[in-house]
Design a binder for this molecule. Structure first.
Ligand SMILES: [Fe+2]
Ligand SMILES: [Fe+2]
Length: 396
């Protein structure tokens, strides 16, 4: 995570932590160099098509084919029955009104947009409804593009897990997740291409995180980073989006993707519970620190300079305004992202190991209230919308 830490230390993610905006001593003035660094770091590499990342993990064969882990075997069986076809199981024939979808999904952005519109020296003060609608559309394209890239991150990480995880039941299961993630990349790309208006390149913050996760030489850290942290966040975000959106194609796409993601998080919890039982206190502390660093990274604010540039606005002006304050909705959304991560860390024993080190950190972050929320180690079956739809169809 050195690179990840390094970026954070040069104030790439400046802007204060959620919950720390309103009170306390006066904020120091925002200097031009900090704004410039954020804009430069957030700019995507538009011409890059392939990116090679060094991975130094050992690949593990196992000659023990005994099915000795019933919970993983059950999960594998569920995954085999719950496969769906991204090209035929979703209603792609439906027309999509992208402006309507964009407005429905403004969510946490709505408060930010309102604050930007009202700020005294804002370049957006004179905007009319057409420009605000276009901004909502660009933000949606950008957000769904990052989901698509994140899904590819999951595809690549899971393919690596097939190689590195030492148990046969886990290799079987991870292989089904590779197929799931390929399908997720496919459906997000299809939606962006056919129903919205184009892709954004991967955000450098997301790319840094994915590279830190896949480049770690400890297989279980890749497993923790992707299956518990990133997948946990994705499940929370997709759930929030599914709640907000009424467009039937995207709604069903999210229902089906979430059904898969719930199994993926369960795989993380079931696999790591066993492995962490055999680690030393020092090794567990390293995993707690990784979980904390990743959590810190996941809730950093993304300033999306590309979106503002496409709107013809100097991103430096917008970043400066955003650094001056963070709307309450955005802070609440930022905490909600942890509603799956915190209970799953608790289930793994990471919250309370080592005198509760991670509990103290999550308390400081203001997300500990989720520790008793439903974990996804066992309730993945309740997310199985694919099986539910099939049962309904069969009974008609
Ligand atoms: Fe996925
Ligand atoms: Fe996943």
């Amino acid at each position: 995570m050195d690179e990840l830490q390094g970026e954070a230390s040069v104030s790439v993610f400046a802007g204060g932590e959620p919950g720390h905006e309103a009170a306390g001593p006066a904020r120091p003035p925002i200097d031009d160099a900090a704004v410039e660094a954020i804009v430069a770091a957030g700019r995507t590499e538009r011409d890059e098509v392939v990116r090679a990342v060094k991975s130094s993990t050992d690949v593990a064969f196992t000659w023990d084919y005994e099915r000795s882990r019933p919970p993983l075997a059950k999960l594998y069986d569920k995954a085999k029955h719950s496969q769906w076809n991204g090209s035929t199981d979703l209603p792609w024939e439906l027309e999509v009104d992208q402006e309507r979808v964009a407005h429905e999904l403004e969510g946490a952005n709505a408060g930010r947009f309102a604050a930007l519109a009202g700020a005294e020296d804002s370049p957006l003060r004179s905007w009319g409804s057409a420009q605000w609608s276009q901004l909502a559309v660009e933000s949606l394209n950008s957000m769904l593009s990052q989901f698509m890239h994140g899904e590819q991150g999951a595809l690549v990480c899971t393919a690596q897990l097939v190689e590195t995880v030492p148990w046969i039941d886990a290799k079987y299961y991870a292989a089904t997740q590779v197929m799931d993630e390929a399908r997720h990349v496919e459906v997000f790309a299809h939606y962006l291409d056919d129903k919205l208006s184009g892709h954004y390149p991967i955000n450098p913050y997301l790319r840094t995180l994915l590279e830190a996760i896949i480049g770690d030489e400890r297989w279980d850290v890749t497993y923790l980073g992707m299956q518990v942290m990133v997948e946990g966040l994705a499940l929370a975000v997709f759930g929030a989006m599914h709640h907000l959106v009424s467009e039937p194609l995207l709604k069903q796409l999210l229902r089906y993707v979430m059904a898969d993601e719930a199994r993926h998080v369960a795989f993380g919890v079931l696999g790591l519970q066993e492995f962490y039982g055999g680690l030393s206190a020092h090794e567990i502390r390293e995993r707690q620190e990784f979980a904390y660093e990743t959590a810190q990274f996941l809730r950093k604010r993304w300033f999306q300079p590309d979106v503002w540039e496409r709107m013809g606005v100097d991103p430096r002006m917008v970043v400066r305004l955003m650094l001056e304050g963070q709307p309450a909705e955005e802070r609440a959304f930022s905490s909600m992202l942890f509603s799956k991560i915190v209970p799953n860390c608790r289930k793994l024993g990471l919250l309370d190991a080592g005198d509760g080190w991670l509990r103290a950190r999550f308390t400081e972050m203001g997300v500990i209230q989720y520790e008793d929320a439903a974990d996804t180690g066992s309730d993945y079956a309740t997310f199985d919308e694919v099986a539910r739809d099939r049962a309904e169809t069969a009974s008609v």
